[in-house]
Ligand binder design. Structure first.
Ligand code: FUB
Length: 337
């Protein structure tokens, strides 16, 4: 993958003919969400290391300390207390932004801070995230929303509690993705444990409002869905995308469906990203970006190097994603460049 394009009508430009490489940054990261804010691409991933490192926040509020004491927290989840982000003018050269969100700014969140999803509205940046990995209705946690004046943060809790804190239609409140439709309406797609829901967000982006039929949580689970929901619109077609298989297994993959509206109905179209055992395995939990002013598309995803079995050992890669003339998507070719 070599980016040589100077993008007409776009501030995003290639400063010389730099060679891209996968993974795009050093370190263990997962669930990358890629966005364009101003003249830069931004990637917000889950921190996916498995050991305690100096990168870890030690500043827990009393409530957070209590939460950590009460729960049986996996060691790797216990250190997932912040997000680093990365920005780039060209998808090649990346700058690291440390702790754009840290649980020190979210009183109810204590661990397992996962899968950030960011959007800009009226000069403010909103970051949706999962925290605490709730597995039953009596634990505090779920999907939160934080706000900042800058895409690099610091993001601070916007409402003092999770926006979604319970299972609805079987969907664990994790793996959120915020989507703005052409008419300005915002939707939040989310769901772990093999169920996918969509909700409509209020104009303030920090509340949920019912659909016209009065429903709050609309289930749109496609066949094979496991987690990692994502939505993009191109030419009036809405693409629901998601991850299938086991998150640590060799069958982790990305599939998609096409539909006429943000809530479907969606027609499944198949798998577009899966293992290539000559390069990596466990490829999934992706997002997609359109190079502004072009019909050039890239998929950001995490994958596992072939020489490690550790659950958290995930790295971020970016590869080209190509639409066919009929709007379907070609299988992605995984690369090291
Ligand atoms: O990274 C933590 C969790 O693992 C995510 O929420 C899932 O999608 C899986 O990637």
């Amino acid at each position: 993958r070599l980016l040589l394009t100077l993008f007409a009508g776009s501030m995003l430009a290639m400063p010389g003919a730099a060679l891209a490489q996968n993974p795009i940054v050093p370190g263990w990261y997962a669930d990358p969400e890629i966005r364009v804010f101003g003249d830069r691409y931004w990637i917000y991933p889950t921190y996916s290391d498995h050991t305690d490192t100096p990168d870890v926040s030690k500043r827990f509020s009393e409530k957070q300390q209590e939460l950590r004491k009460q729960q049986m927290v996996r060691p790797s989840y216990a250190i997932q207390t912040f997000f680093n982000a990365f920005s780039s003018p060209d998808l090649v050269n990346w700058t690291k932004h440390r702790h754009v969100l840290d649980v020190e700014n979210v009183d109810w969140a204590a661990y397992a801070v996962w899968a950030p999803s960011a959007i800009e509205k009226d000069g403010k940046y909103y970051l949706f995230f999962g925290a605490n990995d709730i597995q039953s209705n009596d634990q505090l946690g779920g999907i939160g929303v934080a706000v900042a004046d800058n895409p690099a943060g610091p993001f601070k809790d916007a409402i003092g509690k999770p926006l979604i804190s319970q299972f609805h239609n079987g969907a664990q409140p994790i793996d959120q993705f915020v989507f703005r439709d052409k008419d300005g309406q915002h939707y939040l797609y989310y769901g772990g444990w093999k169920h996918c829901n969509v909700v409509r967000l209020g104009d303030d982006l920090t509340s949920i409002e019912p659909f016209e039929d009065g429903t709050i949580f609309k289930e749109i689970t496609p066949p094979g869905y496991v987690e990692g929901s994502f939505m993009v619109e191109r030419g009036g077609v809405y693409y629901l995308m998601w991850s299938e298989g086991g998150w640590t297994g060799p069958d982790y993959r990305v599939a998609y469906a096409m539909g006429p509206s943000p809530v479907g109905p969606f027609t499944p179209k198949g798998v577009i990203l899966k293992q290539d055992f000559s390069i990596a395995r466990g490829a999934g939990h992706h997002s997609v970006v359109n190079v502004p002013g072009t019909d050039e598309w890239y998929i950001a995803y995490h994958r596992r190097p072939l020489d490690t079995d550790r659950g958290e050992h995930r790295q971020i890669a970016i590869d080209r994603m190509i639409f066919n003339k009929d709007g379907t998507i070609r299988p992605v070719v995984m690369t090291n460049e």
